[in-house]
Design a protein around this ligand. Structure first.
Ligand code: TXA
Ligand code: MG
Length: 344
């Protein structure tokens, strides 16, 4: 066990110095908390993988605070990258580009590309600036668990495993960044996120999804997408279709008979029909960004309430719904029940 020092922004200098010295610092971003180390310090980066229990072939995102840092890290940058940078940085878009020789192999898992993003959270930007180096950072969860979006969840996972945890409340986006590969002929979304297909399409036109996002049998191009992910301890089942509420009610009854404790995760509209069941609200059904913001928090909160099974509402796979359903399907191990098939 390491001694972890938990601080807030007023002690950000300490955290920046720790990064310079090769230590591990957990810090907030607008998407989820990140587990950072100096990207040029191989030993420090190695320790990220140990602290998270992360497979070493899963490459890391490098976080920068200004455009000069981008030039150090990349080889060739396609011309249209500038319009993406102008439109979305700082913000939740990660760009995968050809890497420069300065980027250690441990960051890229041996790939010839590197993933880079400039976060918009003011504390993240300040920390990177003060440290003076690009910061490699995966999400600050134990590998396989939902990414932490609140203080209690980040402390729960990484206290005793890192040198510093810099806290700044809940993150605002709640889902990890969109990962866009611009190293090939046609830009490809490797991981859907807050910046949607439509948002990117508006800026650059030509664009596609990595095939694995539409066909589960295809190996994802982004190594991290192939691992089991976002999993709470409870079993998650997605219930979709127009009879979801009725289906969930009958499932709750069946589980109750077997002594299995159920939690429901859905928007207020769905939840108002349930009483005497543990529920976690994903907010207003009309505000899809609220659903994204609360998704990981709910998975972890329901775990804390020691439910055995989580029944989750399903969302339209359009706009931000693509990223929400991507995370939810992984959390559920693709276990989806269509309420219309057996409730008619
Ligand atoms: O919002 C976020 O992106 C958060 C915050 C902390 O910035 N970070 C994050 O990192 O989600 P992580 O390590 O949990 O996810 C990084 C994803 C993984 O799926 C990884 O495989 C992919 O990015 N990735 C990293 N480098 C890559 C590369 N060179 N080529 C393809 N995919 C890459
Ligand atoms: Mg992650």
């Amino acid at each position: 066990m390491k001694k972890t020092i938990i601080i807030r922004e007023n002690r950000i200098d300490e955290a920046a110095n720790a990064l310079k010295e090769g230590k591990l610092v957990v810090f907030p971003t607008e998407t989820v908390y990140g587990l950072g180390a100096n990207a040029f310090d191989e030993e420090a980066v190695k320790n990220i993988f140990i602290a998270k229990g992360r497979p070493s072939d899963n490459p890391l995102i490098v976080h920068i605070a200004n455009i000069n840092q981008l030039k150090d890290l990349t080889g060739e940058i396609p011309e249209y990258a500038q319009s993406l940078i102008d439109a979305f940085w700082p913000g939740p878009l990660t760009l995968v580009m050809k890497k420069s020789d300065l980027v250690p192999e441990i960051i890229t898992g041996g790939l010839d590309t590197v993933a880079i993003r400039m976060p918009s959270h003011p504390v993240a930007l300040k920390l990177i600036k003060l440290s003076g180096v690009p910061i490699a950072a995966p999400s600050a969860n134990i590998s396989g668990r939902p990414s932490p979006t609140s203080e209690i969840h980040v402390v729960e996972d990484l206290s005793g495993r890192v040198d510093y945890i810099l806290l700044a409340g809940d993150t605002s986006v709640g889902l990890e960044s969109t990962v866009l590969d611009i190293s090939g002929a046609i830009p490809q979304i490797l991981r859907p996120g807050y910046i949607t297909y439509e948002d990117i399409h508006e800026i650059i036109g030509q664009l596609k999804y990595d095939l694995h996002l539409t066909d589960k049998n295809i190996t994802p191009k982004s190594p991290g997408m192939k691992y089991k992910h976002y999993s709470p301890k409870a079993k998650v089942i997605i219930v979709e279709g127009k009879y979801s509420r009725q289906k969930m009610t009958s499932m709750i009854d069946d589980y109750a008979e077997q002594g299995i404790k159920v939690g429901i995760m859905g928007t207020d509209e769905l939840l108002k029909g349930f009483s005497g069941v543990v529920c976690c609200s994903l907010g207003d059904a009309k505000k899809i960004s609220e659903v994204g913001n609360r998704l990981f928090r709910c998975l972890r909160d329901l775990d804390q309430q020691k439910v055995d099974v989580i029944l989750a509402e399903s969302f339209n796979r359009e706009g931000l719904g693509v990223a929400i359903m991507n995370r939810l399907e992984k959390a559920a191990g693709y276990h989806i029940i269509n309420s219309e098939e057996d409730m008619q």
